[in-house]
Ligand binder design. Structure first.
Ligand SMILES: [Cu+2]
Length: 341
């Protein structure tokens, strides 16, 4: 039987060996007094927990984390606004990168997330086509980071070659064009590492004549490789596996729902979104007001995104999930609860 002290000492020993081998993290899992005990290192200290692990279905998904997926779902950050003499609307955002946070991505599974403004995914930025966007970026982390926003802008605003070191900052400035839905993410190499740890978010640009009113929500598909084998152990929309299964998204019958969907999944080639009991209008990249397709299924590669529009004809509970079964069964599954308006 291991004593807790021995367990921690052995974890430290393994951590030292691992770091010598270039492995940044590990976890050690052992039986201790009949309770499962886990000691986790991300090279940034040790975290201990007890309880159910590796069974996200047994939890209500409310583990303490850097994100509340229900609030996140319908939150859009429009920035601090002002208007120039020529009538252009200026939207100023602040994004602070950090790479020292720990998030319980599933009961008992702590993961060293790298985040913008403390959440994975980052807050959703929103503007109207033609607005002048200013993003005040502060690197509060221990590694270099940037913000690379998809869309049209000057080379020096692309967040690729201007690497921002720890303690540094940068102001990105560009016009919001064209309307659509975009990802933004850190673009420091190795990119895989910076993205898989959580440095991404959604950026929505509305057309000058707004889309019809709707119950709008953002869904970012992601995953977590918690054992560092470059394969994901958990899949989610909006940060927590199975969250919307345990907390169904309430929507109204006959009311238009608009989902801004972004695929930021690292390591896997594709991801997808399947809707039950319904079809949606699919607008690829959101850059047209004419739908590409009426479907219940879209497959997106990394960085691809779409706008989905639908309304439910009947009340009840309807699943939405990845149709890649492995992803669905490792957390990328949710429910819409449709009630009378
Ligand atoms: Cu980074």
């Amino acid at each position: 039987m291991f004593s807790p002290r021995l367990l921690i000492i052995s974890a430290i020993a393994v951590a030292l060996v691992s770091s010598a081998l270039g492995v940044s993290s590990l976890y050690v899992n052992a039986q201790n007094n009949g309770e499962e005990k886990i000691v986790i290192s991300h090279g940034l200290g040790y975290y201990e927990t007890t309880g159910d692990v590796l069974d996200p279905t047994s939890s209500d998904g409310t583990a303490s984390t850097g994100i509340d997926p229900m609030t996140y779902l319908r939150s859009f950050n429009y920035g601090r606004t002002s208007t120039l003499e020529n009538g252009v609307v200026v939207r100023e955002f602040t994004l602070i990168a950090d790479d020292r946070q720990t998030m319980e991505v599933s009961p008992g599974i702590f993961y060293n997330v790298w985040s913008f403004n403390g959440t994975v995914p980052a807050p959703t930025l929103r503007a109207t086509e033609g607005d002048l966007i200013k993003i005040n970026f502060i690197n509060n982390g221990t590694r270099p980071h940037t913000i690379h926003t998809h869309g049209i802008h000057k080379a020096e605003m692309d967040g690729v070659f201007e690497i921002i070191n720890p303690g540094g900052g940068f102001q990105y400035e560009f016009y919001a064009e064209k309307f659509g839905v975009y990802p933004f993410h850190c673009h420091v190499m190795p990119l895989e590492e910076h993205i898989s740890h959580g440095l991404y978010g959604a950026y929505v640009v509305d057309p000058k004549t707004p889309r019809p009113p709707a119950d709008e929500m953002v869904m970012i598909m992601n995953g977590y490789d918690t054992d560092f084998d470059t394969e994901n152990n958990f899949y989610t929309v909006n940060g927590i596996p199975y969250y919307y299964m345990h907390h169904p998204i309430q929507i109204e019958k006959d009311r238009l729902v608009r989902v801004y969907l972004v695929n930021m999944l690292e390591f896997d080639q594709i991801n997808n979104f399947h809707l039950h009991g319904n079809l949606y209008n699919l607008y690829r990249s959101g850059t047209s007001l004419t739908p590409n397709e009426l479907t219940d299924m879209v497959t997106l590669s990394q960085g691809e995104r779409a706008v989905l529009e639908f309304s439910y004809k009947y009340t009840g509970q309807y699943m939405f999930h990845a149709h890649k079964t492995e992803f669905a069964e490792k957390g990328w599954t949710g429910l819409f609860s449709v009630r009378e308006g």
